[in-house]
Write a protein that binds this ligand. Sequence first.
Ligand code: ZN
Length: 240
Amino acid sequence: MRIALFADIHANLEALETVLADAKEQNCSDYVCLGDVVGYNANPAECLEKIREIGCPVVKGNHDEDCGGNHSLEAMNPVAAEALRWTRDQLTEEQRDWLRKLRMVRQVEDFTIVHSSLDQPQVWNYVTNKFDAMSSFSYQFTKICFHGHTHVPRVFSKDDKVVELPAEEIEFDEKLKYFINVGSVGQPRNGDWRACYAIYDVPANTLTYRRLEYDIETAQKKVRDAGLPEMLATRLAEGR
Ligand code: ZN
């Protein structure tokens, strides 16, 4: 079994299609989505329908919650709020209901999935260092937990202490636990603009990151044509 794990699609259809085609080529048999299907880019309905079509396990991201709900977006960063308001208008009530009903945490096979972190997943903590990872590990009862949210690929392992490992190929050590950010499909923020996802090869006991060039010009043009904030188009090329 080879499982494609992807997060933070953020309505970037060009990036999502590239990732799905690659996963197929890489002989992935299963798919898992770690949240934030929508928000920021110009194809929320198309991305949502693609994920539903696959029928894979999905957990809720903060943008999924904000686009599914009707609560005020006043307190939010104005660029994100503008994109969220636009996204709400693009989705049907039924699609928004699907977003609302997504679960926060799920177990899939022998691993756990969550969008942000396992300690208080509903407050959307950003895990950027080993201390944040430690808090999540205290609620992790499976060997591996996959997540997203920061849009930065990161790997933490734990035995008696927590260590950050390079986000490259991993061969899982039976004695350790892992908390792994698979990076972002549709809006990477690690300085590398390419669409990122990861493949968990269960029998081989390995994880591989995949980074793929995609048709960024089309994705950017759609953001501009939709009248979304210009910054959302430029940041795609910067990977920030
Ligand atoms: Zn996100």
